[in-house]
Design a protein around this ligand. Structure first.
Ligand code: CS2
Ligand code: MG
Length: 409
């Protein structure tokens, strides 16, 4: 079998997606997701101009060799663009191999280690009644684990609060990338947020009881000592995890957080390689690995990362927002079903137009996702539909503090 074509397809049904479609001389095709929110075209160029010419004529079955070739022959390693491009190729090759083997990908990854993949949904609110309404809505949808994000008095726009972005306030999921010519500026004040949040979780626990797994995303906005304090203040509310409590480029920063709180910590959605986790995993400074297959070099690299984490009883918590396409989501679900150290899977439902472009066989029922039993990933791309939605420039917002200082968004 030989690769005869590799097409980079950028489309924008509800939001921008980058899909790589690899075709073999046997007519077998494989899909890979290389969507990098707000920087999609950089991955498209990396693939079209530099990687695709290297794929033509290769044996698609030599996945590990192709991974090492793309990672090492580039000389310039790591980083979000490179690792998203390698991920798109890697996942497409796993899709081809599983289709050729006539089995769903999870079977190739060692078979199912569970009957389904526990998913968490995104609830949010500008105030408690709206937040409670959003939580109830997700429970009605079948979710059994809920991420809670809330507005903060005195701050105009806060990450993760859906209603602040939709005219009718009815949208429960939050799409951060906005189709604007420039990034939107948002405001932030950490001390207001830290004063407000514990009360919100106290109210949610009072309303929904002690069992419901609750998650929260700090979205990289606190210093290590602030994160330590918030983690401690949230301990009475027994969170499933506190995510991205502080920027983790300096992995040692988490030592201070760990020193002061037992609230479980999840980190890694902006990471791209196992090297970004070395100290965090080896020193037991986190409890969940948050990387996405799409941003961390694909299934080949993610499996090795999660095997490393397993040695430290650290579990998966794969990133699954809407800027991970249905192809990237399916890849995550096959891995989630097969690995032993599975923790939880993020699940933001895509929009109706996206479902037109990507025909998916994964299912969600009673709180659990399942990748399905189709050969390969179980996702097909309708290229005609994709062509109806050309790329639209879009940016993630950014933050400024009250004194004008740029801050982590
Ligand atoms: C978030 C993401 O889902 C999450 O945990 O951190 O929504 C993140 O903001 C986006 O993926 C950025 O593109
Ligand atoms: Mg996050």
């Amino acid at each position: 079998m030989k690769i005869v074509a590799a097409d980079v397809i950028v489309s924008s049904p509800d939001r921008n997606f980058l899909t790589l479609k690899i075709t073999t001389d046997d007519g077998v095709t494989g899909l890979g997701d290389g969507t990098l929110n707000g920087r999609e075209l950089s991955v498209a160029s990396y693939l079209r101009d530099h990687v695709v010419p290297l794929l033509i004529g290769r044996d698609p079955h030599r996945i590990e060799d192709t991974w090492q070739f793309l990672y090492r022959s580039a000389y310039w390693r790591r980083g979000p663009v490179t690792m998203a491009a390698i991920a798109a190729v890697d996942v497409a090759l796993w899709d081809i191999k599983a289709k050729a083997a006539r089995m769903p990908l999870y079977q190739l990854l060692g078979g199912a280690s569970r009957t389904g993949v526990m998913a968490y949904g995104h609830a949010s609110g500008r105030d408690l009644p709206e937040l409670f309404d959003s939580i109830r809505h997700h429970l009605e949808l079948g979710f059994r684990s809920i991420r809670v994000q809330t507005s903060v008095p005195g701050i105009n726009a806060v990450y993760g609060v859906a209603a602040q972005h939709s005219a009718d306030g009815k949208r429960y999921d939050y799409e951060p990338a906005q189709r604007t010519p420039l990034p939107a500026e948002e405001d932030w004040d950490t001390r207001s947020y830290m004063r407000h949040l514990p009360g919100v979780f106290e109210a949610v626990r009072h309303e929904f009881g002690p069992e419901l797994p609750l998650l929260h995303d700090g979205h990289h906005r606190m210093t290590p000592i602030q994160a330590a304090r918030l983690g401690k203040d949230l301990e009475p509310y027994d969170l499933f995890w506190l995510e991205d409590c502080t920027p983790a480029e300096n992995q040692e920063a988490l030592r201070l957080v760990r020193q002061h709180t037992t609230t479980p910590l999840a980190i890694g959605e902006v990471f791209n390689t196992v090297w970004d986790y070395q100290t965090l995993i080896r020193e037991q400074l986190i409890d969940y690995v948050r990387s996405a297959v799409t941003h961390t070099g694909g299934i080949t690299a993610m499996r090795k990362l999660l095997d490393f984490a397993a040695q430290y009883q650290i579990k998966s918590g794969i990133h699954g927002p809407t800027d991970i396409s249905p192809v990237g989501m399916a890849a995550a679900l096959h891995l989630d079903l097969a690995i032993h150290n599975f923790g939880i899977q993020e699940y933001m439902r895509h929009g109706a137009l996206t479902d037109e472009v990507f025909r998916q066989s994964f299912t969600f029922a009673d709180g659990y996702l399942h990748p399905g039993e189709q050969p390969g990933l179980g996702v097909e791309l309708d290229e005609e539909a994709a062509a109806r939605f050309p790329y639209v420039p879009a940016y993630l917002p950014f933050n400024r503090l009250q004194d004008g200082t740029v801050h982590d968004w």
